[in-house]
Design a protein around this ligand. Structure first.
Ligand code: I3S
Length: 128
């Protein structure tokens, strides 16, 4: 049981290219700076990599490449946030520590899949 749980924490759930901007750090508002980011959902974390051109779905593996940042999804809140941007297909993700990100894709199906996959991880962690 313990072993299974620790393996699940390392499981690669999803990876792909999204537009990303951080809008708050520890509750303090930041100026937007949209950039393409290679986003990897692995276990309980969302991990962001710079330089999406150099990334492949296996890039998240330890030692392959250095993440720009990551966020713990435990207790995180996810909301559609088309009011926070002129772009379409935007959602906002807020960590318990008050870090906030907007993530966006031009492709409706892509952003909907990310939304539901992230929400299911948050729900699973809420139940743990
Ligand atoms: O919410 P805002 O402030 O209108 O966001 C826009 C600005 O951050 C803008 O940059 P500067 O005004 O700092 O130069 C960005 O270029 C835009 O992309 C931001 O708005 P969108 O609607 O794209 O999220």
């Amino acid at each position: 049981r313990v072993r299974l749980d620790s393996r699940r924490r390392q499981e690669l759930e999803k990876a792909g290219l999204l537009n990303k901007t951080k809008i708050a750090e520890g509750g303090r508002k930041l100026r937007k700076n949209w950039n393409p980011s290679w986003v990897v959902l692995v276990g309980n974390s969302l991990v962001f990599f710079k330089d999406p051109k150099a990334q492949t779905p296996s890039s998240w593996k330890p030692g392959n490449s250095r993440p720009e940042s990551s966020m713990d999804l435990r207790g995180a809140k996810l909301h559609w946030a088309n009011d926070l941007s002129s772009k379409k297909n935007v959602f906002r993700l807020r960590t318990v520590t008050g870090n906030e990100f907007l993530l966006q894709s031009e492709t409706d199906s892509v952003i909907r899949e990310w939304y539901s996959t992230i929400q299911s991880v948050i729900d699973r962690l809420d139940r743990d």
